[in-house]
Design a protein around this ligand. Structure first.
Ligand code: FMN
Length: 207
C-alpha cells in the first residue's frame, strides 16, 4: 500500500485547513495507506533559510543541516505527497514556502540528470477564502497552478502532480445557520480532490 506524506501548514488546530487534513488522514488510513503527518507548525519548523541549508551550486552533494536531512528522508520515504494549506496572498503560507526553500534543495530535489523524486505523486490542496469565479476572472487560479505544479513539482521531476483549490472557505461573514452546510461543501470538495488525485495520478501529466 502507498505511503503518504501529509503536510499541513496552518497555525490553528481547529482551522478548516486542519480539519480537512485530519479528514484526509483518517480516510487514507482507512484505505490502507500508511501516513506520516508533517504538521509544520506543531513541529515548530523553522522556515528561514540559514547558511547551512543554502545551496552550493558547485557541490550538489553538499551535506545540509540535520533538520533538513531528516525532512528529506521523510519525503524520500513517501510514494504520495499531499500538501494541505490555506491560500494566503494567492500563494502558499510562509512556513510552507520555507519548507520548500530549505528541504527541496539542490542535489536532492533538483540538479541531477535523473531526478530523485520523479516517481512520486503530489497534490497541492489549497483552501481559498474567495470564490472560484474571482480566481478564474483574475487568472490567479492559473498563476497558482503554474507556480506550484510547474514551478515546484514538475521542476523537481514530479509529473504526476496537480493543484486543487477548495473555494469559499472563509466563514467569518457567513451566518451561523449556513456554516455547517458550507463546511460540508468544503469537505466534499476535499474528498473529491483526493479521489481525483488518486485516479489521475496513475497517469503522468502531459502538459
Ligand atoms: C494572511 C491571510 C491571507 C489571505 N489571503 C487570501 C487570498 O489571497 N485569497 C483567498 O482566497 N483567501 C485568502 N485568505 C483567506 C484564507 O484562505 C481563509 O481564511 C482560509 O482558507 C479559511 O480557512 P482556515 O479556517 O483554515 O483559516 C487569507 C487569510 C489570511 C489569514
Amino acid at each position: 500500500m502507498p505511503h503518504t506524506l501529509l503536510v499541513l501548514a496552518h497555525p490553528r488546530r481547529d482551522s478548516l485547513t486542519a480539519q480537512v487534513a485530519g479528514r484526509l488522514h483518517r480516510r487514507l488510513t482507512d484505505e490502507g495507506h500508511t501516513v506520516d503527518l508533517l504538521d509544520l507548525y506543531a513541529e515548530d519548523f523553522d522556515p528561514r533559510l540559514h547558511p547551512a541549508d543554502e545551496p552550493d551550486w558547485e557541490d550538489r552533494d553538499k551535506t545540509y543541516s540535520p533538520e533538513v536531512r531528516a525532512h528529506m528522508r521523510r519525503i524520500e520515504a513517501a510514494d504520495d505527497l499531499v500538501v494541505v494549506f490555506p491560500v494566503w496572498w494567492f500563494a502558499a503560507p510562509a512556513i510552507l514556502k520555507g519548507w520548500i526553500d530549505r528541504v527541496w534543495n539542490y542535489g536532492f530535489a533538483y540538479g541531477r540528470g535523473k531526478p530523485r523524486l520523479a516517481a512520486k505523486r503530489m497534490v497541492w490542496l489549497g483552501l481559498a477564502g474567495g470564490p472560484s469565479a474571482d480566481y478564474a476572472g483574475s487568472g490567479l487560479d492559473v498563476a497558482m497552478e503554474h507556480q506550484l505544479r510547474k514551478g515546484v513539482s514538475e521542476f523537481c521531476g514530479i509529473t504526476a502532480s496537480s493543484v486543487r483549490l477548495l473555494h469559499d472557505t472563509e466563514l467569518s461573514g457567513v451566518p451561523k445557520a449556513q456554516r455547517a452546510a458550507r463546511v460540508r461543501d468544503v469537505f466534499a470538495a476535499a474528498d473529491a480532490a483526493l479521489t481525483s488525485f488518486h485516479a489521475s495520478a496513475l497517469e503522468p501529466a502531459n502538459t
